[in-house]
Every structure is written in structure tokens, then in C-alpha cells.
Design a protein around this ligand. Structure first.
Ligand SMILES: NC(=O)c1ccc[n+]([C@@H]2O[C@H](COP(=O)([O-])OP(=O)(O)OC[C@H]3O[C@@H](n4cnc5c(N)ncnc54)[C@H](OP(=O)(O)O)[C@@H]3O)[C@@H](O)[C@H]2O)c1
Length: 322
């Protein structure tokens, strides 16, 4: 099969498209023929081995997993002997955070996959796993959002943020969203009740008072959370220094603030697929690249100014039975 391979840490230029063996299917795994991937900041963090602490999981001197990529959408072509809840032909989405997805086939535990309706575009669905799970788990699992609450979403125009705005609205929240001035109309079109352009109003002096603050960008300080919110969830980070100082201040200050890494599970992936099927989430695909241009896609998202998501396509959806 074709796959992108990295044998050392570096930028997108270290990725090489090669022929490699198809992965083995373990007893609790699915073998999925990939239709599309999406790109996430985690892909370039792991590609570059930055920040350094990522290497404790990914390999100290060189990457343990040679194939990069987390998000995928595709079709099950084989199931492991112990898999009972999926069958060959199912259309699925899933994530494999440490890599393996930027390939024609990916073998992953069935527990990190969710079924998606076969009539929904897999290109659209490929945008969901990492960013959609982060948004859903920030709001629901950790943020415990409830209908009628006010929610501030900082970093609302990117992958995580644009899903978070739509999910918060689907759960009945009143949403104030923060993004750059160029994305105000986009974020309003996602359903945000109010939009703050951070290049026109200094968010670090904003006087709002919200039940829940979701920071998808990661530039809010501990003082920002305390000034503006009753509880908070930190999703993104801008610098390790700011993240650590915020968490240390939380330890002594007691403000209810949670920092987490989203975990794939069938239930949450199913919830995301249902929200898309019901028209409550519309993935916004800013750019669609052919698979051969996966390095270009990673290079594009490194600027951290993506509007919605970037997706890379392996197979033409009109011709899925090949
Ligand atoms: N905890 C987890 O499990 C988890 C999961 C996924 C992602 N993440 C992290 O979450 C962060 C966002 O990921 P993503 O996939 O959404 O990235 P993304 O698609 O690249 O989006 C980044 C967004 O940041 C916005 N931004 C840049 N400067 C900003 C500022 N000063 N104030 C507010 N927004 C600003 C940009 O919007 P404008 O262009 O409008 O400025 C852009 O839309 C990353 O740090 C990522 O590593 C964490």
C-alpha cells in the first residue's frame, strides 16, 4: 500500500510517499481503507517532535511510528477475530493519535472508531475525529454545559473552535465566540450569538461573565479565566510556559479549570456523527488536498490560522467500491 513515511523528526519535507506492507489486523482491530484524512496541529507537533515532551510518547531520538496522521474516514475491509460491533463494508471514522493514518489502509482498535451513515460524505466526516472530539469533550464531558448557560469560546474559527461553537449551540448554550476580525462573519454563520474580534477588542481586558470558558486557542491566562468565568476548560496551548503557569496558579487558586487530551471512543464519535446527520454540525472544509499533497496540507496548517478544517483525500467518493 502507499503511505507517507517519516524516519526522523523534521518539517513536512521529511515525509516520503512510499510502498509499504499493509498493516496486520490484530484480534480487536479493524482494517480500514482510508478515503480521507484531516490535518491537526498534533500531526506537525509529532512530525517535528516539538514540544520536546511529546517525544516521551512518540520516541526520544526518532519517531517510533513511521506513518504519521491521526484522523481518518474510510471503509472497513477486514475485522479482527474478536470484533463484534463492526462488519466489512461499514463506513467509519476514527483517530490514532500517535500516527498511522496517512496511508491507504490503517489498522486500529475498533474502540477508537465510530460508524457513520453511508450517505454522508466521508470527506466531510474525516474532519471530525480529533477536533470534534476535543470540542465535544471540552463542552460536555469536562465543561458539563447545560441549556441556557453562557459559554465563551476563544479560538472559535479553527478546527476545534468551529465545532465547539456548533456543538454548544446544539446543547442550547448562549455562545460568545472570539476570533480574528477576518473570521467574524464565518463564526457568526456557525451560530454564535455574539462575536468578539480579538484584534479589535483586547480579550485580556474583556469584562464579560460566563458560566463556562472554553479556550481552544490557549492564550488565556489564569487571571482571564477568573475574571470572565465560573469554570473553564483549556483545550489548546500557545506556549508551554503559559500552560504551566496557568495550571500551577489553578492548583493554588482553586478556580475550577480542567486541561485534558481528547480520547477517542465509539460513543462520542457516534454523537458527532449523529450531530452531523441531524444538520447540527456542518464541518467547514477550508481546503481539500489530494493525498499526494499531505506534506503541503501539514505545511498549511502550521500557521495556525485555519478556518475550519483541512482535509486530504485518498479515494474518489464516487468510486468507493474499487
Ligand atoms: N486537548 C486536546 O485534546 C486537543 C485536541 C485538538 C487540538 N488541540 C489543540 O487546540 C488548539 C487548536 O487546535 P485546532 O485544531 O483548532 O487548530 P487550528 O485549526 O489551527 O485553529 C487555530 C485557530 O487559532 C485561532 N487563533 C490564532 N490566534 C488567536 C488569538 N490570539 N486568539 C484567539 N484565536 C486565535 C485562529 O483563528 P484566527 O485565524 O481567526 O485568528 C485559528 O482558527 C491547538 O493548540 C491544538 O494543539 C488540543
Amino acid at each position: 500500500m502507499k503511505a507517507f513515511i517519516k524516519t526522523k523528526y523534521g518539517g513536512p519535507e521529511v515525509l516520503q510517499l512510499m510502498e509499504v506492507d499493509q498493516p496486520m489486523v490484530k484480534e480487536n482491530h479493524l482494517l480500514v481503507k482510508v478515503v480521507a484524512n484531516s490535518a491537526n496541529p498534533a500531526d506537525w507537533h509529532l512530525l517535528r517532535g516539538k514540544p520536546f515532551f511529546a517525544r516521551f510518547a512518540a520516541g526520544l531520538f526518532k519517531p517510533k511510528e513511521k506513518i504519521p496522521g491521526a484522523d481518518f474516514a474510510g471503509i472497513v475491509v477486514e475485522t479482527g477475530s474478536k470484533v463484534t460491533n463492526f462488519k466489512v463494508g461499514d463506513t467509519v471514522i476514527g483517530e490514532t493519535l500517535l500516527g498511522g493514518a496517512f496511508a491507504e489502509y490503517v489498522s486500529v482498535p475498533a474502540s477508537v472508531c465510530g460508524k457513520v451513515p453511508s450517505n454522508i460524505s466521508l470527506v466531510q466526516m474525516a474532519s471530525l475525529p480529533v477536533a470534534g472530539l476535543a470540542a465535544l469533550q471540552a463542552l460536555v464531558t469536562h465543561g458539563k454545559v447545560s441549556a441556557g448557560e453562557t459559554v465563551l469560546i476563544n479560538g472559535s474559527s479553527g478546527g476545534v473552535g468551529h465545532f465547539a461553537v456548533q456543538i454548544a449551540k446544539a446543547y442550547g448554550a448562549d455562545v460568545t465566540a472570539v476570533c480574528s476580525g477576518r473570521n467574524v462573519d464565518f463564526v457568526r454563520s456557525l451560530g454564535a450569538d455574539k462575536v468578539i474580534a480579538y484584534d479589535q477588542e483586547n480579550i485580556h481586558q474583556h469584562k464579560g461573565n460566563y458560566d463556562l470558558i472554553i479556550d481552544a486557542n490557549g492564550n488565556l491566562t489564569y487571571a482571564d479565566y477568573k475574571r470572565m468565568g465560573k469554570r473553564g476548560v483549556m483545550v489548546g496551548f500557545t506556549t508551554i510556559g503559559l500552560m504551566m503557569s496557568t495550571l500551577i496558579k489553578k492548583l493554588f487558586g482553586g478556580f475550577p479549570l480542567i486541561q485534558f487530551t481528547a480520547k477517542a471512543n465509539a460513543k462520542d464519535l457516534q454523537t458527532l456523527a449523529d450531530l452531523v446527520a441531524e444538520g447540527k454540525i456542518r464541518p467547514a472544509i477550508e481546503k481539500l488536498y489530494p493525498y499526494k499533497e499531505i506534506p503541503e496540507a501539514i505545511s498549511y496548517i502550521e500557521a495556525m490560522r485555519t478556518r475550519g478544517k483541512v482535509v486530504m483525500q485518498w479515494k474518489n467518493e464516487q468510486n468507493l467500491t474499487d
